[in-house]
Structure formats: structure tokens, C-alpha cells
Write a protein that binds this ligand. Structure first.
Ligand code: EPZ
Length: 427
């Protein structure tokens, strides 16, 4: 397994181009199952999770043409689901990537049948899919859980319904939004998630002929149509990659310009970092990150659904706060088990106390490099940020987590002066 070696202590300086959003690309790829015509996606990031979704779709019979990936923003995929040859999403593929369950709604809406493995728990919590299943049942889908699979049937098609989510779920909103586009009649999704990735999915579905009102709000109104057609859609910039590099630049006391991004997607992040003493200068599609004074101040953060502070930037913020002046209280409200990075950061000298859903970070003057590893994508990247700040050498194990969600991470950081290299398996 590859590892990443970092020699810390270099302030990042330069420009980093932001890629397309992983968490928009995955549901958009699943949406290709809704039409027998070609969906062309542009600005597709070159990531292991995108490859995993492509594998899954290919085994459903989707024909996938992949454009070259010569530079940021150039990745393109043409997905044609003219002939769906299998409605089964097997355990082996779903287990590796939870977003695979997003094929359930499109398959049953288009084919009247789907058999999708239950994803099981994962490193950040139990993560059930009850909201997905309950919502599909309201659309008239008969669902049985058997042998670890969701067996879904709707021989007469789906009918529209009012769905009230008891709490906000990104995946369930995406699943039911896709299914509703082909359901007969009207559907309303109430207390829907408002993440920009959902707006992106809705915009693409509208280009494919779906009728959706309320895009960007927590109440989506869908009028079902008989069929969807092909479309060309450019994926939005990745706000989590943006926030991660903001944190890396701020932690190292550097001066970095992020390009090809959307500052309005990271408003909650900018607000917190402003309080911590970071100057963020925004233009239409770029953000410049510098420190205002000679250090960082501790600030508190509570994760929330969008437009609140994102859970996917909690670990990175904690890495940033480890060397801030004073204390920072970080509260995780979205997932029940998302502090796996804490013991690893502690091994590098951080002073963090966890109590329930909150972590109290007492700033220390410096971190010291160490061998570390993490069990999920965002926890791993928080260790990269800590490694960039720490004195001496940090080696991060299980780099495959990083490859799931960060495109050319080491190249982008090295271009800004970071001393970072990938140690290939066996090196
Ligand atoms: C999406 O996951 C993202 N994944 C996650 O990104 C992100 O952390 C999360 O949204 C929250 O923003 C993708 O977009 C592919 P949820 P999702 O349904 O859809 C509970 C990353 O690092 N829940 O909004 O799975 C659930 O357990 C990742 O890129 C139920 O109880 O998240 C969680 O506590 C990781 N029942 C909460 O809701 C359900 O049926 C929010 O989960 C569904 C969810």
C-alpha cells in the first residue's frame, strides 16, 4: 500500500486549481441510468471513487466513454444507459463505496426492478439507508430486505408522493429526487438537503427534461415525466477540496490562491477562518488565503447540514486548530463517530479531549512529525495538513483513502513548495 511522506514546516505559496466535486459527480453518474440517451459530464475529477462508480455502472450495462484527463477541469465522461443489462448492484462493489446505493432509485424508476446490496456500516458511523427505503415505499415501490440486499419492485411504475424527511440527508434527497423525476404525478420533498451538490444534480436533471421547482431550497417540487433524455452538464467545483486547501494554506502560514472554485459554496468556512485570523480575499471563481497577523486564534465550530459548517471539513479544521492560540470547541452533529483522527493528531503532539460529540482542542506551540494512519478520507487529509505544519517527517499510511477524494493531492501541494512525496508500495 502506498504511503505519503511529508517534511513539514514549509509555508505553502502558489496557486492550486480546484477540481470538479466528487460528491456531485457520483450522483450525477447514477442519474445516467434514468435515460436511454447519452449523459455527458464535464469537469469530472479523476478519483478512485469516480472509477468505482464507473465500474458499478458498467456492470449494469452502461456504456462509458472516458475523455482524456490532461489537466484540471478537462475530465469528461459520456455515459449511455441505452440497454440496462443487470439491475443488481453486488455487495462487493457497494461495500467499497456507499454512494453506490444511489443506483437504487434510478434503476427501479426506469426498469421497475432493482436489487442493491445494503452498504453496511463504515468508519464514520452506522449510516443506515432507512430514509431512502421509506421514501421509495411512499412512491409505491415494494421493498423487501433479504440476504443483505434491498429487493425493490415497482411493476406498474412509481407514483408521486409527499416525503417529509425527519432530518436532513444528502443521499436520501438525491435518491428520491432522481426517482421522483420518472414517478407519475407530483412529488414534494420537504426538509430536503440543500447542499450545492443537490442543486447541481437538480440542474442536470432539468437539462435531461425533468420538471423540478424549488432548486436550492429545502422543498423540492417534482412533476414526473414519461422519460428523460440526454444532456451535457459541467460539474460544480469541489467545495470540500477548496476548504481543505484553505486549511492547509492557513495552517502553514502561507499565501495561496485557489482557482476554478466557488467562494459562495464555502461561506460558513470563510466566516470561521476569518475569526481565527485568516484573511480570505474572494473573487468570482478564486480565493486568496493568507494569515492576517502572526498566528492563529482558536474558534469554535459545530458541523451542520448546508449552509452550515460541513462535516467533511471538520477533521481538517481540527488539524488547523491544534497549533492555534487558546482553545477551540469542535462539535460534530452529522455523524456519530467522526473523531478517528484525534488519536493520530495526539501522536503528533496535539492536545485534544473528546467528550461525546465534542472535541476540545487546546492549542500547542508545535506538532512533531510521526507515522500515522486514518480510516477515512477526510481524517487522512487532516493528517496531511498536520504533517505540513509539523516539525520533521510524517509518514501517512493507507493513502488509498486520499485517492478516493483528492485528485493529484501531492502534486498540487508540491507545486506550492510542500515537501511531500508518495512512497510506492514496497518503497
Ligand atoms: C453525503 O453522505 C456525502 N457523501 C458525505 O461525504 C457527507 O459527509 C454527508 O453527505 C454529509 O454532508 C456523498 O455525497 C457521496 P447523509 P450521505 O445521508 O448522503 C444519517 C466524504 O468524505 N442517515 O446526509 O451518506 C446518516 O447516518 C463523505 O466525501 C440515516 O440515519 O450522508 C448521517 O448520520 C463522507 N438514514 C446523517 O443521516 C438514512 O437513510 C447524514 O447523512 C440516511 C442518512
Amino acid at each position: 500500500m502506498d504511503r505519503m511522506r511529508i517534511i513539514g514546516g514549509v509555508p505553502l505559496e502558489g496557486t492550486i486549481p480546484i477540481g470538479g466535486a466528487k460528491n456531485a459527480a457520483l450522483p450525477l453518474m447514477a442519474a445516467s441510468l434514468l435515460s436511454d440517451e447519452t449523459l455527458r459530464l464535464e469537469n469530472v475529477p479523476d478519483l478512485a471513487d469516480v472509477a468505482a462508480m464507473a465500474n458499478l455502472l458498467a456492470q449494469h450495462g452502461v456504456d462509458i466513454e472516458r475523455g482524456e484527463w490532461p489537466g484540471p477541469g478537462d475530465g469528461c465522461l459520456e455515459l449511455s444507459a441505452a440497454h440496462i443489462t443487470s439491475v443488481t448492484a453486488p455487495y462487493d462493489l457497494v461495500r467499497k463505496m456507499r454512494a453506490s446505493v444511489l443506483v437504487l432509485g434510478p434503476l427501479v424508476a426506469r426498469c421497475g426492478r432493482a436489487r442493491v446490496s445494503l452498504p453496511g456500516g463504515c468508519a464514520i458511523g452506522t449510516r443506515p439507508i432507512d430514509l431512502h427505503i421509506n421514501g421509495l415505499r411512499k412512491f409505491g415501490v415494494e421493498i423487501e430486505l433479504s440476504g443483505g440486499y434491498v429487493e425493490a419492485r415497482a411493476p406498474k411504475g412509481l407514483h408521486g408522493a409527499e416525503i417529509v424527511f425527519p432530518f436532513v440527508s444528502v443521499g436520501a434527497t438525491e435518491q428520491l429526487l432522481m426517482a421522483a423525476t420518472l414517478a407519475e404525478g407530483e412529488s414534494v420533498l420537504i426538509n430536503a438537503a440543500r447542499e450545492p451538490e443537490i442543486g447541481d444534480l437538480a440542474e442536470c436533471l432539468v437539462k435531461m427534461g425533468a420538471r423540478i421547482d424549488g432548486v436550492g431550497s429545502d422543498r423540492l417540487h417534482v412533476t414526473g415525466v414519461g422519460r428523460l433524455h440526454g444532456a451535457v452538464h459541467r460539474i460544480i467545483p469541489d467545495r470540500i477540496e477548496t476548504g481543505t486547501f484553505i486549511m492547509a494554506a492557513a495552517a502553514t502560514g502561507g499565501d495561496v490562491r485557489l482557482t476554478h472554485t466557488r467562494p459562495d459554496f464555502v461561506t460558513a468556512v470563510i466566516r470561521r477562518l476569518d475569526g481565527a485570523g485568516i484573511e480570505l480575499t474572494t473573487a468570482e471563481d478564486s480565493i486568496r488565503v493568507r494569515r492576517r497577523g502572526d498566528g492563529l486564534d482558536g474558534v469554535d465550530v459545530t458541523t451542520e447540514p448546508y449552509p452550515g459548517y460541513p462535516t467533511d471539513l471538520q477533521a481538517q479544521f481540527m488539524a488547523l486548530m491544534t497549533t492555534a492560540r487558546g482553545v477551540s470547541l469542535i462539535t460534530e452533529t452529522v455523524f456519530e463517530n467522526r473523531f478517528m483522527h484525534v488519536p493520530e493528531l495526539a501522536r503528533m503532539g496535539a492536545n485534544i479531549t473528546v467528550q461525546g460529540a465534542s472535541a476540545l482542542v487546546r492549542g500547542v506551540p508545535r506538532l512533531i512529525g510521526a507515522p500515522v494512519m486514518a480510516t477515512d478520507l477526510r481524517a487522512s487529509v487532516s493528517l496531511v495538513i498536520a504533517g505540513l505544519v509539523a516539525e520533521g517527517e510524517t509518514v501517512i499510511n493507507r493513502v488509498y483513502h486520499l485517492d478516493r477524494g483528492y485528485e493529484r493531492l501531492e502534486d498540487k501541494l508540491a507545486a506550492c513548495g510542500a515537501r511531500i512525496e508518495r512512497l510506492r508500495d514496497g518503497a
